[in-house]
Ligand binder design. Structure first.
Ligand code: ADP
Ligand code: ADP
Length: 235
């Protein structure tokens, strides 16, 4: 069933009057891993913001999980090009952030603390960060911080994971290692996690995604859509 649907979506930024996306039609099914590729400035980040309710289109409809998007979509986890860990919190405390937002009752947070910590540590271990929970972000390498950011995007068990160039700032070796990590994470969620990845790296899209949307700029339109038809690589 469709999980993220954009129908005839157009958006112009008031500042500069740029028509950032023009009549987007996108459908991503539940559990699918979709990638959106295209050159810088073609509207990929705008698409991401529209799909998560951080931005509202002037025309068209955005539906996520059967509901028209009117507010920021809380079922979404997000990770960006730069890891966005807070420097004065340990990795573990950074991972707690989404839980603090989803569960604002401090008493209940305290009561479930052991469970949350166990979950965070399990996630960290699954991306090869066992024991990094007590370290501060500045004590970790860029790749480790990016892994921790991914864990934080997943800790509240989002149904939708939005990745905006999350591997862009990494060296080629770390990047490919993280591709495997994210692919395994998605496979382990067995159809319950829908992912939309924005990237300008076609190889990355082909490696990770089940479905690829190609965008062109001026103005941002989908010019091609492909299901990745060949068998996915396995470990
Ligand atoms: P794209 O490759 O999709 O064109 P951009 O370079 O336009 O990405 O960046 C999108 C947004 O992210 C911009 O608002 C930009 O300021 C911000 N951004 C880009 N790179 C970084 C970075 N390394 N650290 C923090 N913010 C960044
Ligand atoms: P991409 O992520 O593919 O690099 P963006 O969605 O960031 O593309 O940008 C699409 C177009 O919209 C670009 O022309 C960009 O300059 C413009 N744009 C993006 N964000 C803003 C903004 N906050 N205000 C005004 N114009 C913007």
């Amino acid at each position: 069933r469709p999980f993220v649907e954009l129908t005839g979506v157009s958006h112009t930024y008031a500042t500069g009057g740029t028509l950032a996306v023009d009549g987007l039609d996108i459908r991503v099914n539940e559990g699918e891993f979709a990638a959106v590729v295209g050159p810088s400035g073609c509207g990929k980040s705008t698409l991401m913001k529209l799909a998560t309710g951080l931005q509202f289109p002037q025309a068209g409809a955005v539906v996520v999980d059967g509901q028209e998007v009117r507010d920021p979509v809380k079922i979404a986890g997000m990770a960006f090009q730069a890891p966005t860990l807070l420097p004065w919190r340990t990795t573990l405390e950074n991972l707690m952030l989404p839980l603090e937002i989803v569960e604002p009752h401090r008493s209940r947070l305290r009561r479930n603390k052991a469970e949350y910590v166990a979950k965070a540590e399990a996630l960290l271990e699954s991306v090869g960060l066992k024991g990094a929970g007590s370290k501060f972000p500045w004590q970790l390498s860029g790749g480790m911080q990016q892994r921790a950011s991914l864990c934080r995007a997943l800790i509240h068990e989002p149904k939708l994971l939005m990745l905006d160039e999350p591997f862009g700032a990494l060296d080629a070796f770390t990047r490919e290692e993280l591709w495997c990590v994210i692919r395994d994470l998605h496979a382990r969620m067995a159809g319950s996690l829908t992912v939309i990845l924005v990237t300008h790296d076609l190889r990355e899209a082909v490696f990770l995604a089940d479905r690829i949307f190609c965008m062109s700029s001026r103005p941002g339109k989908i010019i091609a859509e492909r299901e990745v038809g060949f068998p996915r690589p396995r470990d």
